[in-house]
Write a new protein. Structure first.
Length: 248
């Protein structure tokens, strides 16, 4: 192979990779299957919910298949997620994001873990993938489509598919259990089935303003789905950091 041909192929590959990464910013919505080929049941090891949480953390709006898209969005406004898994002595995952025509828009780097516990390994591999700047740096660029070109909205799922209910999150802190029930983009917080307050998503789409009695403060979800809460000690006015451990 001549030097010119080799150089052309290298340049073409770099341009293709660059365009693929940049095109992520053309998409806001992500659709995650209820079950991947390597899972024996829907959301096994909480992999699907972990992916949903991770995409939401980095400025996407992710939905597990069965959850309806917003009224203003169509099926082709979203990217479909595939997870490629390999490895025997270690867990290796890779994400593929495809448009509604099946074209691959983005392929992630590999996420790896040597952990033997499947849930820990999957979470670590997913976290490894989202360390990549193409996903962490996602910023949706809205495309203004002329009215004449707007296509009829397609349904996300067939009518005979049962919609997946939004899951209430359970957390534990110092022997007490709290539930976070999704309400839009916010959460209603209860303790022992008693309403104690709310967590309101702030404009940065990451942090929450929590107004819930002794839990009042500011917090966000870590990469394992736990809720990190920063509060002020009323005695000395110093910051207290608590971790509400995810239990489901």
């Amino acid at each position: 192979m001549s030097f010119k041909v080799s150089f052309f192929l290298i340049v073409s590959l770099l341009v293709k990779l660059s365009l693929s990464a940049q095109s992520l910013n053309d998409y806001q919505y992500i659709i995650i299957p209820e079950q991947f080929s390597f899972q024996s049941s829907p959301n096994e090891y909480d992999v699907n919910e972990m992916l949903q949480f991770s995409f939401n953390k980095y400025n996407f709006k992710a939905f597990i298949k069965g959850q309806p898209l917003p009224d203003e969005a169509s099926f082709c406004d979203a990217l479909q997620v595939s997870v490629l898994k390999k490895g025997l002595l270690k867990t290796v995952l890779k994400l593929e994001l495809k448009d509604c025509k099946g074209n691959v828009v983005y392929t992630s780097p590999e996420g790896k873990s040597l952990k033997k516990d499947y849930k820990v390994a999957y979470f670590q591999a997913i976290r490894d993938i989202f360390e990549h700047s193409s996903l962490r740096g996602h910023r949706y660029k809205e495309i203004n489509t002329p009215v004449a070109e707007v296509k009829p909205k397609q349904e996300l799922v067939a009518k005979n598919v049962t919609k997946t209910p939004v899951k209430t999150l359970l957390f534990e802190l110092r022997g007490k259990q709290y539930s976070f029930k999704p309400e839009g983009r916010n959460f209603v917080i209860t303790e022992n089935n008693q309403h104690i307050g709310e967590a309101e998503l702030l404009s940065d789409d990451i942090n929450y303003k929590v107004n819930a009695g002794s839990l009042t403060g500011k917090g966000n979800f870590d990469d394992y789905g736990n809720f990190e809460l920063i509060r002020l000690n009323p005695v000395n006015n110093k910051k207290i950091k608590d971790i509400l451990a995810r239990v489901n």
